[in-house]
Design a protein around this ligand. Structure first.
Ligand SMILES: [Zn+2]
Length: 92
């Protein structure tokens, strides 16, 4: 079965330590990702960091990857999320 339906809906949730670890792992794995996050997103405010964060299935790699919140998009009112499987970034 192949379908894009539902891939914009959250897949699960994760705690702040899980989110931070996932972003750190992805940043270490993909060249340039750390710089891309720094240039395209603003860091999450400390006040937000004890929340549960949404996790999405990646729309670009057959939903193998999970999108983790890495910050807020600089130019838009959106969450900036990065994929732990393909290294791409998405606005959510
Ligand atoms: Zn992906």
């Amino acid at each position: 079965m192949s379908s894009n339906v539902g891939q914009n809906y959250p897949y699960t949730r994760e705690t702040e330590p899980e989110r931070a670890a996932a972003v750190e792992q992805a940043a270490a794995r993909f060249d340039g990702l750390r710089d891309r996050i720094a240039s395209e997103a603003t860091p999450l405010p400390v006040a937000d960091r004890d929340e549960l964060w949404w996790v999405w299935a990646c729309p670009d790699d057959g939903a193998l990857g999970r999108l983790h919140v890495a910050g807020y998009a600089r130019d838009r009112h959106a969450v900036y999320a990065i994929c732990d499987n393909c290294g791409k970034s998405f606005l959510r």
